[in-house]
Design a protein around this ligand. Structure first.
Ligand code: SF4
Ligand code: SF4
Length: 434
């Protein structure tokens, strides 16, 4: 889907307001099938302000008090706009799905044409930390000014979170004047070998497309290289802090390997290359990695790889080095997710959709995670939450790794002994059969 722009969203909001804005309105709801448009506010305006604060623009302050909200659930929350008198309209939440096409048709907005050879992004990306507007509002709603988890981190874990930021100035750099004359197939081999030497667990390559790039950003590159670093699964036995340490160490590895690979392409192969990681990233991870063949989308919203499950973190390099792209990898995950309930029943926030509650985008089932329900557990607690991935059986199911299977069973046993899922009968019953 291309052509979803701030203008599209603004027009969608205007459409909703046109449906719902009699002068005396206060709270209004419009429902059609699975789609629900809900407008709430003390004095609903006839038109939306002309200025629009996208997730990229929303201030990090948490003192914004919205008076009006417009939400679209189809069936999960896919769009939330909020604004206050005299304030810019803010997009707090934006998920992707077939509904976008309906909005684009309604708004009649043409697709964006990139200037020159650069590709202009069309994908809405969540921001990091309190730059995430939805998290910002959840904090405000809970009278918090910062994420409690951030203050609970050990100095070691905190240092890991800083490393990608330290590498930010090295994302780009000078390019050698001697460009490699090898074939695209040879370059693929070189890149895979270099990534492996850098410690990368999985490498995927795909041609760069507008839907892989943050909306409004431009990248003058033709390819994106996905670099996946596995997290140590045994850390689930060490508790939430150990899992969090593993996650941030994997993100550190992603930043290191993406920085080194981009430098290698620029300085030794003679082509422009830009590293993308937690210190700066314009790449939308999941669609790029799916098309590059890293894995299949699970119900918990993460890509599942047959060898390492969903227990990994990604970094990226975009480049003009001539390459060849991969293809999606399908091995039955989406069918399995229709009968497995482990992540759904283990989630403390009830944020994961039931099996039948999916949308289809480009032929791929997508179960939307309700971030508003997830955040109180994954961000507002003093303990890291990664449970939906921790309980996913694909850590051992496809690769037949006996040690991973032993850890998986021991972990589910620990959860059961601790009373997890006692009110959710599916956890114990389902785990017995994995
Ligand atoms: S991170 Fe935790 S709260 Fe969020 S969806 Fe996963 S299990 Fe649920
Ligand atoms: S835990 Fe089960 S339902 Fe959830 S993503 Fe993994 S296989 Fe799919």
């Amino acid at each position: 889907m291309s052509g979803v722009t701030p203008d599209t969203v603004r027009r969608a909001a205007e459409l909703a307001l046109a449906l719902l804005s009699p002068a005396s309105a206060s709270d209004k709801t419009f429902e059609a099938g699975d789609t629900c448009i809900r407008l709430q506010g003390p004095d609903i305006p006839a038109t939306v302000p002309m200025d629009l604060a996208t997730p990229d623009d929303v201030a990090t302050s948490v003192d914004f008090q919205a008076q009006y909200t417009l939400t679209i659930d189809a069936p999960r929350r896919v769009l939330e706009l909020t604004w206050s008198a005299g304030e810019a309209l803010r997009i707090l939440c934006f998920s992707r799905g077939d509904w976008e096409q309906e909005l684009a048709i309604l708004s009649d907005v043409p697709a964006i044409s990139p200037p020159g050879d650069a590709i202009t992004g069309t994908s809405w990306m969540r921001m990091q930390g309190t730059r995430d507007a939805l998290l910002n509002r959840v904090l405000t709603d809970n009278d918090l000014s910062e994420v409690p988890l951030s203050n609970m981190r050990t100095p070691e874990t905190h240092a890991l979170t800083q490393r990608p930021r330290e590498l930010a100035p090295e994302r780009d750099g000078p390019v050698s004047s001697e460009a490699s004359q090898k074939s695209a197939a040879d370059h693929v081999q070189l890149i895979r070998a270099k990534a492996t030497a850098l410690g990368v667990t999985k490498t995927g390559i795909i041609d760069l497309r507008p839907e892989f790039i943050q909306i409004g950003k431009q990248l003058d590159h033709k390819w994106v290289i996905g670099l996946v670093n596995a997290e140590p699964y045994a850390n689930v036995l060490g508790g939430a802090a150990a899992v969090e340490w593993g996650a941030h160490d994997a993100y550190r590895q992603c930043a290191e390997s993406a920085t080194s690979l981009a430098r290698y392409i620029r300085e030794e192969l003679g082509y422009s290359a830009l590293a993308h990681h937690n210190g700066g990233c314009e790449v939308q991870a999941l669609p790029a990695l799916y098309h590059a063949g890293i894995g299949e989308l699970g119900r918990h919203g993460s890509l599942i790889n047959p060898d390492i499950g969903a227990f990994w973190r990604p970094g990226f390099v975009t480049t003009n080095l001539p390459l060849e792209g991969g293809a999606p990898l399908e091995f039955g995950v989406q069918d399995y997710c229709l009968k497995c309930r482990l992540c759904e029943t283990a989630c403390p926030g009830d944020a994961i959709s039931p099996a039948a509650d999916f949308i289809v985008t480009g032929g791929i089932k997508r179960w939307l995670i309700d971030n508003e329900k997830c955040f109180p557990y994954s961000r507002l607690k003093e303990e890291y939450c990664h449970i939906c991935v921790d309980v996913c059986p694909y850590i051992h199911k496809e690769n037949g790794d006996a040690q991973a299977k032993r850890i998986f069973k021991e972990y589910l046993g620990l959860r059961k002994a601790a009373g997890a899922g006692a009110a959710k009968s599916g956890v114990a019953a389902a785990s017995a059969n994995q």
